[in-house]
Ligand binder design. Structure first.
Ligand SMILES: NC(=O)c1ccc[n+]([C@@H]2O[C@H](COP(=O)([O-])OP(=O)(O)OC[C@H]3O[C@@H](n4cnc5c(N)ncnc54)[C@H](O)[C@@H]3O)[C@@H](O)[C@H]2O)c1
Length: 376
């Protein structure tokens, strides 16, 4: 049995537990949250051992296992650092840290200690992303020339978000979500896929803005951009436009336009989302993409799926499971330390672009990701 510990047991922790239920061979040996009432409710529901402090969790966690940091973004750096200092590999919810200096410090510390440092999201290890990656490697759409990726969530400021509760009753942390912003929260869902397929982003040309001010009580402080758009220039990949907002109508589509047609997925947060290919054709004098795209599937079985809960149908444990497998097999983890850092640098460049950034050269690098064994 592989052992993990959880730090933070709020809204997302319940989604991890739902995912854990379909992933045999992994056991939670300790949980800690600074909110003792939340810790008690969560541990009672899932029948898990609550620990009295962060130090107690880190002391009891076997070194051949990992810690999952599921706290709020502002706490990520300190918790990730504490895990690494204790000699433990850590899987951090996104973002790895709130600024690049801190992310670099974590990356250096992990390298120094020979530990793994991975960052969510892990949907890149899921079936939809792996199927698209397979199609790209096999040239289904010809040479990819241009990617449009959208992570628009609808007009969230008017949604009934005060009523959104997790399975054990944790409220959706809307103040934190608005303060951190949809780019830091969500850009990684498609950036992870893109970096896995194409490797490093060379230059980011981005803009970001807060287009809906005073989303909740104004006393709750400065809010982050609720809209961003970036053009990404990869070292070895097609030019990409990535959009994030919690304002424009819901659209989670990714379209990869190649010389032979268009590959697409409509749902970023569904591991089983359909992957489609629309061949380009000429009918008399008219150029069009095939109106009935072909569904692409991998041949064999892929990975355990979870049902939909709220907006997502994602197996949140694919990332931690990949780390544990890498650890026990003594091989590099697909969610590499370099990937975590590079994804953080690109995301922060977009988030902080404002209306004046110009072209930003990236300083970190990351190799493309080895496909999952069932997607080779
Ligand atoms: N809410 C979602 O739908 C969702 C989905 C995917 C990922 N995430 C990510 O998961 C992370 C957590 O989000 P959430 O929605 O669960 O937030 P949340 O506020 O519901 O839960 C976070 C928990 O961490 C605890 N915590 C904070 N600082 C701590 C510390 N220093 N030590 C111990 N416990 C601490 C809090 O008490 C809280 O119970 C974020 O990084 C977020 O980006 C959230």
């Amino acid at each position: 049995m592989k052992q993990i510990s959880l730090i933070g047991c709020g809204f997302v922790a319940d989604l991890y537990m739902r995912s854990l239920a379909v992933m045999p061979g992994i056991r939670v040996c300790g949980v800690y949250d600074q909110d003792s009432a939340r810790l008690a409710t969560f541990c009672r529901h899932w029948k898990l051992p609550a620990k009295a402090s962060l130090d107690a969790v880190l002391a009891d966690q076997p070194r051949d296992g990992i810690v999952l940091n599921l706290t709020n973004p502002a706490a990520h750096y300190a918790i990730n650092r504490a895990c690494l200092m204790a000699g433990l590999s850590v899987y951090s919810e996104k973002p790895l840290a709130m600024d690049l200096g801190q992310a670099r410090a974590l990356h250096a510390l992990a390298a120094d200690r020979g530990l793994m440092l991975a960052s969510a999201p892990c949907s890149v290890l899921g079936e939809a992303a792996q199927t698209l990656g397979h199609a790209l490697r096999h040239g289904i759409a010809g040479t990819p020339r241009l990617v449009y990726a959208e992570l628009d969530d609808g007009f969230i400021p008017q949604a009934a978000y005060r009523k959104w509760l997790s399975e054990t009753g944790a409220p959706w942390p809307y103040v934190d979500e608005f303060r951190v912003g949809c780019t830091l929260e969500h850009a990684g869902y498609y950036l992870g896929w893109l970096i896995a397929w194409f490797g490093s982003v060379r230059t980011v040309v981005a803009a970001s803005a807060e287009v809906v001010p005073r989303k909740c009580d104004a006393a709750e402080g400065v809010m982050a951009p609720d809209f961003s758009v970036a053009t990404l220039f990869f070292e070895n990949g097609p030019v990409t436009r990535l959009t994030c907002s919690i304002v424009a109508p819901h659209n989670h589509q990714i379209r990869i336009t190649g010389d032979a047609g268009v590959l697409s997925v409509d749902a970023a947060w569904d591991n089983a989302a359909r992957v489609r290919f629309a061949r380009r054709l000429t009918l008399r004098r008219r150029l069009l993409e095939h109106p009935f795209p072909r569904r692409l599937r991998l041949k064999g079985p892929t990975h355990p799926k979870v049902g939909r809960w709220g907006a997502a149908a994602m197996n949140f444990m694919l990332g931690p499971a990949e780390m544990l497998d890498a650890q026990s097999e003594g091989r590099p983890c697909r969610l590499s330390n370099d990937m975590a850092l590079h994804l953080t640098e690109v995301t922060l460049a977009i988030q902080n672009a404002g209306d004046h950034a110009g072209a930003q050269a990236m300083t970190t690098r990351c190799d493309p990701m080895e496909p999952m064994p069932w997607a080779k």
